[in-house]
Design a protein around this ligand. Sequence first.
Ligand code: C5P
Length: 313
Amino acid sequence: MHSYTLLAPAKINLYLEIVGDRPDGFHELVMVMQTVALCDRITLRPNGLQEFRLFCHHPLVPQDSSNLAHRAATLMAREFPRIFANYGGIDISIDKYIPVAAGLAGGSTNAAAVLVGIDLIWELGLTRPELETLAARLGSDTSFCVTGGTVICTGRGEILDPIAPLTGLWVILAKYDHLSVSTPWAYQSYRQKFQDTYLSSPEEFHHRRQQVSSGALVQAIAQKKPAAIGKFIHNDLEKVVLPEFTLVAELRQVLGDLGGLGTMMSGSGPTVFTLCSSQEVAETIVKEAREILVAPDLQFWIAPITDTGIQVT
Ligand code: C5P
C-alpha cells in the first residue's frame, strides 16, 4: 500500500448571503466560493493498525477524534468496514500553512484531503461526486473543498454549481493571530438581528439562487472583468462580525483604502481578503498596510487564485 501526500488549499467567499433558516438548524445560503493556492500538506501513511492516528504540530489543531480530518477517516471506515478491516488504519500528518479558525475552511479542506487520500490508499475508485456526497456529511464547506475552483454553493453549502474558473488574480489574506470568531456565534447573531429579512419557502430560496446565479458578480466572473468582480463581492456575516470585532473592521478599511480590486471578510472571519490584479500590486499593498497597522500579531499571506482543489503530489 502506498503513502500519499496531498495539498489541501484554502477558500475565500466571494459572496455569502444568508437566505433563510433550515429545519436542521443550519442556514440556507447562496455563496460563491473560490479556491486560493495557500495549502496545507496532508500525508497519509498506512499504519497496519485498526485505528487512525493524527499528528499536527499546530497548538490550536486537535490531534484527537474531534479533528474533522480524523472524523473524515472514521467516516470512510464506517462506509467501507470490510476494506478497513483488510487494509487497516492510516496515520494522518498535517503540516499547517492555512491560518486556523480563520474563515478559510482550513479544517474542511484537511477533511476533504483525507477522503481523497483514503480513496487512493484503499483503491476504492470513488468518483468526485461520490466523494463530495460523503464530504457533505462532515461539514458545510467540505464538499466544495474536494474539487474546488469557482463554485456557486447553495443549500447548507453542499449543493455545488461550478462556474467558469477565475484565474489570473491574486489575493492578500490578513489576520490577527490572537483573534478568532466562532462560526455558530456569527450565524446565531445574524439570525437574532436579521431573521425578519429571511425568505421562508423553498420556492423563494430557489428564486434567490437564480437571481444570484444570473446577477452582477457571477456575470463579472463569466466575463472576466476583475474590477467588477471586486465591486460586487459581498458577505452578510460582516454585518454582525465587524461591529463586534473592531480590529477586523479597521483592517478591512485600511486594506480597502490601499487599493486592490475589492476587500471583504471571508466566511465568518476574522480573515480579511483583498483581490489584486497581480502579485506586485498585492506586495505593495501589504507593505503599505504594515506601515499603517503596526501590530506584531497581524499576519499577511499573498497567494494566487486557483481552480485546483485537493491535489495529489
Ligand atoms: O458545517 P460547519 O461545521 O462548517 O458549520 C459550522 C457552524 O456554522 C454550524 O454549527 C452553524 O452554526 C453555522 N452554519 C449555519 N448554516 C450553514 C453553515 C454553517 O448556520 N449553512
